[in-house]
Design a protein around this ligand. Structure first.
Ligand SMILES: Cc1cc2nc3c(=O)[nH]c(=O)nc-3n(C[C@H](O)[C@H](O)[C@H](O)COP(=O)(O)OP(=O)(O)OC[C@H]3O[C@@H](n4cnc5c(N)ncnc54)[C@H](O)[C@@H]3O)c2cc1C
Length: 432
């Protein structure tokens, strides 16, 4: 696309979460002067965004080397780009299983390790760790038995304060002239608008209408609504499902937090993962990342969608609490009975094989783009994600087969999930 084409194109981005903000910032930085971003929440970071959180893991081990290379490129940006660097903490990543883990979970750890141990970027960065003595030698702050823990430690990884990253990218977008329209009336999109006269075989999307009736017209409309995207294009439900995991915190005192400062992001795959205490709030965050939960009961159209209000997502299933408390007894027993606060469900757009979907919606003549299928691993790409969208717009087609719109399920499923997905309706809830 030429500079003149860019200068005359209007872009409408629906969703100011991780993918939407990265895209807005990248396009604004590369010469698109007319970008408007809509979001249903009245503030950025949106309380509906999966990325609005204390922290997200930044690591490059993947069963698929394609994502390893992209994540390495993103890590380089996290380390050096003045926009992203202040939020990144390279504490390392301890990826292990406990004694009780089933063989398939142990196998996933081996696959992850295999993806990086012979990779040039990880020379001298990765080592196996086996058993309590080696774990405690690495992290003396772990006072529990850590019985039978084994796996590996990767120094070239860590976490980012994700809410603060969203805030920073939002501010950077504002300075580049990106317009934001927020809140239920102006920012929450109820429907897409299509041209009444259509060219043969395609119907152009010409913008969107908000709940309050505001009409936004644009040459290109980009959907970046996370797990909510099927509310506007239900046909994407064939290739992705809204799923969630439970997240909870425990509150530490400043002294307790100080004792755990600098520990690696620790993922005990069969139990839960956690980070060093948040540097602003002294909270420890936990998430049991099993097969995730669906909400098919919430939709008449056979889709699993997030709850529409924030309050409905404020709990975690009772099983998640059990996993988190088992983990605490293993690693930090003095906190094992502390209340699990800030409980909430965090929603992702889950594709069948964990590939993103970054493509034009078929039949819309390149006027409508969808950014979806984050599958729970999108945040780490935030510094480079917008480039993927720019390349799509420039090329006029998705040259990366993995990221194309798909009409059917791929033959291979996701390799890294522990356990099957469960429907939320009827599940017992954790203690508050
Ligand atoms: C528990 C959990 C842990 C995770 N951990 C990691 C991790 O460690 N590392 C990692 O890389 N990734 C992680 N992720 C994944 C990461 O958070 C997502 O990949 C990323 O947030 C996806 O970005 P998105 O823009 O597609 O969606 P979101 O960030 O969810 O943003 C969607 C936006 O769309 C807006 N929206 C929705 N509907 C409408 C509408 N109708 N009109 C206007 N706006 C609307 C929402 O308000 C929101 O701002 C995790 C996710 C979860 C749930």
């Amino acid at each position: 696309m030429t500079a003149t084409d860019k200068a005359t194109q209007s872009i409408l981005i629906i969703g100011a979460g991780c993918f939407g903000l990265s895209t807005a910032h990248h396009l604004a930085s590369s010469g698109y002067p007319n970008i408007t971003v809509l979001d249903k929440d009245s503030e950025v970071p949106s309380r509906f965004s999966a990325a609005n959180d204390l922290n997200k893991i930044i690591r490059a081990e993947y069963a698929d080397p394609f994502y390893t290379d992209l994540a390495l490129e993103a890590i380089q940006k996290w380390q050096t780009d003045p926009l992203y660097k202040p939020h990144y903490h390279q504490t390392g990543f301890l990826n292990v299983v406990s004694n009780a883990a089933p063989p398939e979970t142990k196998h996933v750890i081996e696959k992850y390790l295999a993806s990086i141990e012979n990779h040039a970027a990880f020379r001298d960065q990765v080592r196996r760790v086996n058993g309590p003595a080696e774990i405690k030698d690495l992290v003396p702050a772990f006072t529990g038995p850590v019985d039978g823990w084994s796996g590996y430690y990767n120094k070239l990884a860590g976490y980012s304060h994700s809410a603060n990253t969203l805030k920073a990218v939002h501010a950077a977008c504002l300075t580049k002239g990106v317009k934001f329209r927020l809140g239920k009336a102006d920012g929450e999109v109820e429907s897409l608008l299509y041209a009444s006269s259509s060219r043969q075989g395609s119907t152009a999307c010409v913008g969107a209408r908000s709940r309050g009736g505001k009409v936004y017209l644009a040459d290109r409309t980009i959907l970046a609504m996370g797990a909510n995207v099927p509310t506007l294009i239900p046909s994407i439900g064939k290739q992705m499902t809204g799923r969630c995991w439970g997240v909870a915190h425990i509150q530490l005192t400043a002294e307790e937090a100080r004792q755990l400062g600098g520990i690696p992001v620790t993922n005990v795959r069969d139990l839960a993962f956690f980070f060093e205490p948040d540097r602003e709030t002294n909270k420890l965050k936990f998430c049991h990342m099993g097969g995730a939960f669906t909400n098919f009961a919430g939709s008449k159209d056979g889709l699993s969608l997030p709850f529409s209000s924030i309050s409905e997502s404020r709990f975690i299933p009772a099983d998640d609490e059990c996993y988190i408390r088992r983990l605490l007894r293993e690693v930090l027993p003095r906190f094992a009975e502390r209340p699990l606060i800030d409980q909430h469900l965090c929603w992702i757009a889950d594709s069948h094989n964990s590939d993103y979907v970054i493509d034009f919606v078929p039949g819309t003549g390149a006027s409508l783009v969808v950014l979806s299928g984050d599958s729970g691993h999108g945040f780490k790409m935030m510094p480079i994600f917008g480039r993927f969208v720019q390349e799509l717009l420039d090329d006029g087609r998705q040259s990366q087969a993995k990221w194309r719109w798909k009409e059917s399920k791929p033959k291979t499923g996701s390799v890294w999930r522990s356990g099957d997905s469960q429907e939320l309706a009827g599940l017992a809830r954790a203690r508050l």
